[in-house]
Design a binder for this molecule. Sequence first.
Ligand SMILES: Nc1nc2c(c(=O)[nH]1)N[C@H]1C(S)=C(S)[C@@H](COP(=O)(O)O)O[C@H]1N2
Ligand SMILES: [Mo]
Length: 423
Amino acid sequence: MDQIERIAREHADVSRRYFLQLMATGVAGLGTTRLWAEEHENKTHPLLAEAISKLEYLTREENFISYGRGKPPPHKLPLEKRREVGLVRETWELEVLPDPESNAKVDRPLSKASGTALNWDRLMELAKTSAVRFMSVMSCTNGRSPCGMGLWEGLPLREVVWLVRPTGNVRRVFYYGYHNDDPEQRFQSSLPIGRVLEDPPGEHPVILCYKLNGEWLTPKRGGPVRMLVPDAYGNKSVKWLQRIILTNNYQANDTYATWNNDTVSHIKTCARFIHTPQKIDVGQPVPITGVAQVGMSGLSKVQYWLHPQDELLPENDPYFSKRQWKDADILPPPELWGGGLPDGKLPSIPRQFDTTTGKPHRWPILNTIVHWAALLCVPRPGKYDLRCRTIDANGIAQPMPRPFLKSGHNAIQKVQVVVEEKA
Ligand SMILES: Nc1nc2c(c(=O)[nH]1)N[C@H]1C(S)=C(S)[C@@H](COP(=O)(O)O)O[C@H]1N2
Ligand SMILES: [Mo]
């Protein structure tokens, strides 16, 4: 599926409401009598109308961009095999062990050998009192667009760390999932123990995640249980989780490090387009929509900039910081969240949301996405480059000049818009 079309499937209701509102208020101040509403009714932009009606905030499980290596990837194993290797809820077991290669001390390891590994029933028992649920975006370090926006549920990892009673020499936590019993195929990640035991204010715990958007985690998403690290790129959120190692090793010896990536980058703040018109008429207001990822540095604005292709680009301004960027509207929280939730309604969420009003404590929410929209109206014909960017909560334009990848995808997106004289 085309990337834009895929994103367009998400995120919705909010943009629809935005345009309804625009229609109601009559697009004041545009110096034109022709409203987008008319345009819409004329079906000049059927693609856009179609996409807006389908937009959803939470991503349906089947629409996530997937990463999950393995020959074959574990979710493709036949059910019988998955049952045999602990990849269904009834047979799943999690070991939590001290690193045999370091001097970490643990009083009560959870091991298959001693019959103490954590099984599904025990996980559910612990979840009764300690489970948490929060929204966070899944993004791949070098991916241009988020993989998906999820409502994740799980048990804080620290609950299980305390069960094994670590007593000393633990600096990091390593973890990995099923990998066809082939060390070459192991996808490992790691965290400092401190990130597991406490959370910064407003941040969520690292969880042993077993639900997405209210449903059991599917095999493809890493079920029965994956790690979910809400403030990190996806490589920390290991799927098909089966073993956790407490270690005195201080190194982030994640698989991703050997693939030439920074393994500890926080989620970046940045914007992408969802819908932009390829061709428009002079003076014709046309809506554009997009998605912004709200990373570590927060989000205060989304902006766009239209530049005629036949005008030279400024020298010594590679990130266009001196250009005439215009503010887009950041869309409010949706009433229907999509993602396949029954009726689009959120289950009660103690974190991020006020349980009495159902409204988020703050908007946008850190480490999630927001939608944005703007009306584009171009007075002169020609070929244009349309770009978008964000301003983070510190007032700094993002993406920041960082001309290399490997630590979070980073580029100002550019699309072409052709503006034609009205026929
Ligand atoms: N076991 C395992 N877990 C994994 C991976 C993998 O290859 N194997 N890929 C990681 C990476 S790099 C990303 S970006 C996320 C993607 O999660 P998703 O497939 O649910 O979108 O899964 C992570 N978890
Ligand atoms: Mo990734």
